[in-house]
Design a protein around this ligand. Structure first.
Ligand SMILES: [Zn+2]
Length: 183
């Protein structure tokens, strides 16, 4: 049984205690994102394949350093078609990094990448990925090497995280039913 299942059980056990303490109106506001209906089934049916993978700036930069081709390495990890997705704000972040990161920019503009338009102000990509993307749409995997972002994503049910370890991509929080590779 995976870590995730164990964690869910622990959470379920804790719930009733919390409910008794707080007054009902306060509870409603605090209720962390409701499990969307697509997660009612054993696994998240919206996930894919093809897998849509939201990449952040550092994931691209670290992939370049590790000499990993993004699309190929994603497929090597998941054994299925993968579509890297890049939001306007991540693209803006990379553009702001300047000349030194022109390789990252070229990769981000690869036609195999799907561009996701943003409507929010500013270029703070972490909030966009967490609040506007994966919380609202359960069809993404998030690819990041950022510890804080990983921590935030882990709190959202049904969102796997792709990261880099030992010069390859790996995945966590992938529902068992997808037969995610384990290393
Ligand atoms: Zn955005």
């Amino acid at each position: 049984m995976g870590k995730q299942k164990k964690r869910l059980k622990e959470k379920d056990r804790l719930k009733p205690k919390k409910k008794e303490k707080k007054d009902p109106s306060a509870l409603k506001e605090r209720e962390v994102p409701q499990r969307p209906s697509c997660l009612f089934f054993q696994y998240n049916t919206q996930l894919g394949p093809p897998y849509h993978i939201l990449v952040d700036t550092n994931f691209i930069n670290f992939s370049i350093k590790a000499k990993l081709d993004l699309v190929q390495s994603m497929m090597d990890c998941l054994y299925a078609k993968c579509i890297p997705c890049i939001t306007d704000c991540v693209m803006a972040e990379i553009e702001k990094l300047g000349q030194k990161y022109r390789v990252a920019l070229r990769i981000a503009k690869d036609p195999r990448f799907e561009r996701l338009p943003c409507t929010h102000k500013g270029t703070y990509a972490d909030d966009c990925l967490v609040q506007r993307r994966v919380t609202q749409h359960k069809c993404y995997i998030v690819a990041t090497v950022d510890r804080d972002l990983k921590r935030r994503i882990r709190k959202i049910p049904g969102v796997p995280i792709m990261y880099i370890s030992n010069h390859r991509y790996n995945i966590e929080q992938m529902p068992d039913d997808y037969g995610a590779p384990r290393f």
